[in-house]
Design a binder for this molecule. Structure first.
Ligand code: SAM
Length: 299
């Protein structure tokens, strides 16, 4: 995911944490000394492909309801940018929507395709996963709704690429269709460094290895981005047999920044919400969802 620091999205279930086993391992490995923040490096999501689905279960509840209602409102053809392993796309397809997903990580797409191959054939036929960047990906199809979920819009490197992405999404949407993003509006706490202790995540299904995660967070003042380094460690019994690092940064933006990016991309604002239940956005809302309409006239 692209989770922000400290305030985890409450709606998203995560797995039970087996802290006892981890602290045993820490003692064995001598890792229970104060951690030093590793040098931050953007890695893309390839290193996360095998752990992502252990961290984040398939979308259910209010998040899925929101995207289903939004899809129903505008039509059944959905384009999801930054689709990842299909966490939202797959349940949408199960519910009858036609979902076309694009992601810049080949390994995340490979994982999405593997999951697709296990689904009943009618659901498979409603799903496509393609490798590409959301700022520029082109396909000769028309959609009713295009969206970027789960903070992924904030992974884009700068304001220009965010506006390019909204314009690109809008170009793929029919007149009257919608473009939406689900992000968070930054608060002062997002500029504070942070460290999350080692936590047990789960046993990796393919290997049975025990997987832990440790997270380091820092704020890049110059770029105004929150930088996360997630260190995944793999254990066979008590012995560490592998380590993988995921480094990503999220733009720290305000509600007004996001709204003006929609306007700059030529979209008319349709809704600004602070929850998946469509509560109006307030400065202390945990999330920020902006929905814009492509108001161009069909020629
Ligand atoms: C937090 S994951 C979200 C995946 C999925 N939407 C979900 O809800 O689980 C972020 C995804 O954004 C993708 N991503 C980052 N930058 C991208 C870009 N410029 N174009 C397309 N995908 C991108 C990453 O590869 C990663 O799979």
């Amino acid at each position: 995911m692209a989770h922000r620091k400290l305030r985890k999205t409450p709606e998203l279930p995560s797995h039970q944490h087996d802290v006892t086993q981890v602290s045993d391992t820490q003692h064995l490995r001598g890792m229970n000394r104060p951690p030093s923040n590793p040098v931050f490096q953007e890695t893309g999501y390839d290193p996360a492909s095998s752990v992502y689905d252990m961290e984040y279960e398939e979308s259910t509840g209010s998040e899925l309801d929101f995207w289903m209602n939004e899809s129903q409102k505008f039509g059944s053809r959905v384009l999801e940018f930054a689709v990842g392993t299909g966490r939202i796309a797959i349940p949408l397809a199960r519910h009858g929507f036609q979902v076309f997903g694009v992601d810049s990580s080949q390994r995340m797409i490979d994982q999405a395709r593997r999951k697709k191959s296990l689904l009943p054939s009618p659901v498979q036929q409603r799903l496509s996963f393609k490798h590409g960047r959301m700022e520029q990906y082109q396909v000769d199809l028309v959609f009713d709704l295009a969206f970027v979920g789960f903070n992924s819009y904030l992974l884009l490197p700068d304001k220009e690429s965010r506006i390019d992405t909204l314009r690109n999404a809008s170009r793929h949407v029919r007149p009257g269709g919608a473009v939406a993003v689900d992000v968070f509006a930054a608060v002062p706490l997002d500029a504070e460094p942070d460290h999350e202790e080692v936590e047990f995540i789960e046993h990796e299904p393919a290997t049975g290895l025990r997987v832990t995660r440790e997270r380091f967070y820092s704020h890049n003042r110059e770029l105004n981005r929150g930088q996360s380094t997630l260190v995944y460690r793999f254990y066979e019994n008590q012995v560490m047999v592998g380590e993988r690092r995921l480094g990503y940064s999220l733009a720290l933006v305000s509600r007004d920044d996001v709204v003006s990016e929609f306007t700059d991309a030529g979209l008319d604002i349709d809704g600004i919400y602070g929850s998946y239940e469509r509560d109006p956005w307030k400065p202390d809302s945990p999330i920020l969802i902006v929905v814009g309409r492509n108001s161009s006239v069909d020629t």
